[in-house]
Design a binder for this molecule. Sequence first.
Ligand SMILES: Nc1ncnc2c1ncn2[C@@H]1O[C@H](COP(=O)(O)OP(=O)(O)OP(=O)(O)O)[C@@H](O)[C@H]1O
Length: 413
Amino acid sequence: MRDTSEFWPWFVLSKPIPYPYGMKSVEDLRIQRLLAEYDSHEIDLAYLALYQGAEERHCAFASIHQRLDVELQWMNTKARNGQSGHFNADNSRSLLNLIDEVAELTRVFAKSGVSVTISSEYDRVLTESKAWLVDSGGSPIPEGFTPIVVEKYEQIFSLDDVSVKIKTEMNSELKLVGQGAFANVHSFVDPNYGIRVARKKLRKGADEREIQRFRQEFDLLKELSFPYILQAYKFSEDDNSYTMEFCDQTLGDYIGMNNNTIKFHARKRIALQFLYGLNYLHSKGHVHRDLSYNNVLVRVYDAGAVIIKLSDFGLVKKHESEFTMTETQLKGTIRDPAVENFQEFGKVNDIYAVGYVLSFIFKGQKRVISEPRAIGEIVQKCAHSDPSHRYQDVLSIIQDIENIEFEPEGETA
Ligand SMILES: Nc1ncnc2c1ncn2[C@@H]1O[C@H](COP(=O)(O)OP(=O)(O)OP(=O)(O)O)[C@@H](O)[C@H]1O
């Protein structure tokens, strides 16, 4: 091996550098093609050594770096110590081409999610020299432009990721976790992260309107961002399904299974989380229209900690919803007798169902409890047959629940 501390003359390497990855995407092929152009370049071993860690890309970076140094070193001799000078025609053209090469390399790498950074001194020189370089008859080096610090011993290019590639070709086993009127819900482990996610898929044979409603359900969930509202991830047009965060149980199952052991303060926290979620939904101008024990989901953590997630937004009425124009038929699990026309459903009608859900959370009862204590009064006010006697907004219920200090366990399921 030759002494690499010596700058000239070059040592020529012949090097078909292998491309080690199973590159597939258009972006990868583009990079591959661009890098292949550098395989035939004559590159000094000293420059190649600088970029050895950069896999198959090292020829491209080493070649550009080396040729830049030739031009910049020459520029230093043509305009010594900051004097103005004349940069020869060939060198001007060569430097202009190098500037284009750097720009092209940067663009192609960026498309593949990799950002190419050039050292600040080289960046300065290339950026500023574009202002005075001309491609015929030589260029005037302006006064004060030199001396340029020519870097022969350190990389001037570095790479950083600007995005990640997500593997999509792995299969994961589906487990059925729930069935609704329109859709089946499965869970699976996302192989990229090892995290269980849920997938809701519209049943086969759904008509255009149902598909549109399903899409609207996803769009709405996606638009909402709140700890007590189920988070949606991605819609697949191919099979009308979408992924979302996975919850361990419905509120119905959770309370049903643990009713004898859940303490009052844990019930109060669950109730408040449910109400915070609903209050957020209302604050966005939407009404849920299908609040029930099965449309409130529970994420269960260690030591009995739980987080409530409001779900099933299939019947949500958005402020500006087109669907409500023709929708008059009554739907939903817990039906407010005061609603005659589903189209006119408002916040106060959601509050009717809140009475039932709160009864269930505090007492495990799927009816409005009648006992006169604080919880009883709150749920009866929510589910009052006359909407004008109900709470008119969720915040007022939150306030009353927050004020209950302790209520001994009464009726249980
Ligand atoms: N993210 C989730 N994680 C775990 N289970 C879920 C999830 N989403 C839904 N489920 C389960 O699937 C069931 C049906 O889901 P969902 O209520 O969203 O479907 P639907 O067809 O819209 O139902 P509905 O008949 O109430 O309109 C739920 O009751 C619940 O048991």
